[in-house]
Each structure stands twice: as C-alpha cells, then as structure tokens.
Design a protein around this ligand. Structure first.
Ligand code: C5P
Length: 230
C-alpha cells in the first residue's frame, strides 16, 4: 500500500493558499497537516475539502482540556474524516483515554498521537512550572504514559527518536517535525535533521513545512525530498 512518509505542514493563513498547494501535489505523494492558524481561519470546511480531495489530513490542534471536552472534540474530528489527530500528554491519563474513546465513534478511527514536551520548552521552563525532571526524562515518561493509555504514538524531535524507539517499541508512531533537507534554510528551527537522518533514527512520518510550501516550486521540492528518501 502507498504510505507517503511526508506530512506537509500547511501553515497558511487562508484556504486559497492551502487548496492551491493541494492541487499542485497529490495524496499519493504526501499527507497534509492542518494546524491552529489555518483551522482557526478556515474551520472544518477546509479539512473536509482536503479529505474529499483524497488527502490524509493530520489535524494538529493539540487538544488539552478536561476529559469530557477532549472526548467530544476528538469525536468531531474523527467524524470529519481526519487521518490523525493529537492531544497533549500532559492532559493526563483520563484525558488520553477519553480521546481514545472519542475517536472510536467512526468505523475506521484516526491515529491518535501525543505531544510530550513542546520543543520550545527548556528544563528551566519546566522548573518554572514546578516540574523537576529534565526535558528528555519528561519526554520519556510522557511518551510511555501515552502508549499505556492506548495512543498510537507521539510527536517528537528526530533527535529523540532513537531513545523513544527503545523505550516505547517498534509499533509506536513517531511523527517528527524540525526536518530540513541539506539545501533548505533552517528558518527558526534550532535542532534540525535531514529527512534521511530522521527515518534512520526511527521516525515514522516527517512533518515538513516551509522547505516545501515556501519553495518557488513546491511540487519539485516535495519530489526532490521523496527521491532523497527512496
Ligand atoms: O516550516 P517547518 O518545517 O519548520 O514547519 C514545521 C511544522 O511542525 C510547523 O507546523 C510547526 O508548528 C510544527 N512543529 C514544530 N515543532 C514541534 C511541533 C510541531 O515545528 N515541536
């Protein structure tokens, strides 16, 4: 079965740009990620349009609320036909179980993954929140808890992938942003890895935005990355 490894981050402010991008590529080449900016701007109608065009959509809204609220939101997302959605692992075990129950509302449920520690946070930020673990220790703890509560995997940096594969096993999905082909600008990403390095480290899917979406020829940029990972 065709299983595109690249999830293109559609970090656009409006549906025109997002749909234009979707027309230039195809569902056999990539999956698409709709995040908070695009979703807040365009809402579920755009998600449905992308799904109807045949794309697998990762709805990246990082739910984090009381279990009942998250369960209901997860059900609505599942009914939109998304392929993947996510929650914050820090929402706790009951919230993750509720999200998992929420997506069972559809026959073919989406993948449900967890954000562990946002890559923008340092160990000092954790201390400020009253958490006395290092970032890697907390990532590992939260990832294990996500899997124990029925989630399919986690979002992580490719630099955490090797360690996480060891601790949460080969069946878990590792979805990694912060990917840059050698020819691309690093933009505001601090710790980048190439697509090949990320897959070698155990990543299941690569989230890539600007190197593709801001390229003069997005379709060519995507094709070149696909060719580089074989
Ligand atoms: O353009 P770029 O490839 O940097 O986009 C990466 C995407 O992955 C963005 O949508 C960003 O919000 C998301 N992301 C990230 N780092 C994380 C989690 C998500 O860059 N730790």
């Amino acid at each position: 079965m065709n299983d595109p490894k690249i999830i293109v981050a559609l970090d656009f402010a409006d549906s025109k740009q997002a749909l234009e991008f979707a027309r230039k590529t195809s569902p056999s080449q990539c999956r698409l990620k709709v995040g908070k900016e695009l979703f807040t701007s365009c809402g579920p109608a755009l998600v449905e349009q992308l799904v109807d065009s045949g794309y697998d959509v990762f709805l990246d809204l990082k739910f984090h609320d009381i279990p009942n609220t998250v369960q209901k939101a997860a059900s609505v997302a599942a009914k939109l036909g998304v392929w993947m959605l996510n929650v914050h692992a820090l929402g706790g075990s009951a919230m993750m179980q509720a999200a998992r129950e929420g997506i069972e509302i559809v026959a073919q449920r989406p993948f449900l993954i967890a954000v562990t520690v946002l890559t923008s946070l340092s160990s000092q930020d954790l201390k400020d929140c009253g958490i006395d673990r290092s970032v890697p220790q907390l990532v590992d703890k939260l990832a294990r808890n996500a899997i124990a509560n029925g989630l399919d995997g986690v979002v992580c940096s490719a630099q955490e992938a090797t360690a996480l594969r060891r601790s949460i096993g080969s069946g878990a999905l590792l979805v990694t942003p912060g990917i840059r082909p050698e020819w691309a600008s690093r933009d505001d990403q601090q710790r980048i890895v190439t697509p090949q390095q990320a897959l070698a480290a155990g990543a299941s899917y690569l989230v890539i935005g600007r190197p593709i979406t801001r390229h003069d020829d997005p379709a060519a940029a995507l094709e070149s990355i696909i060719a580089s990972i074989g």
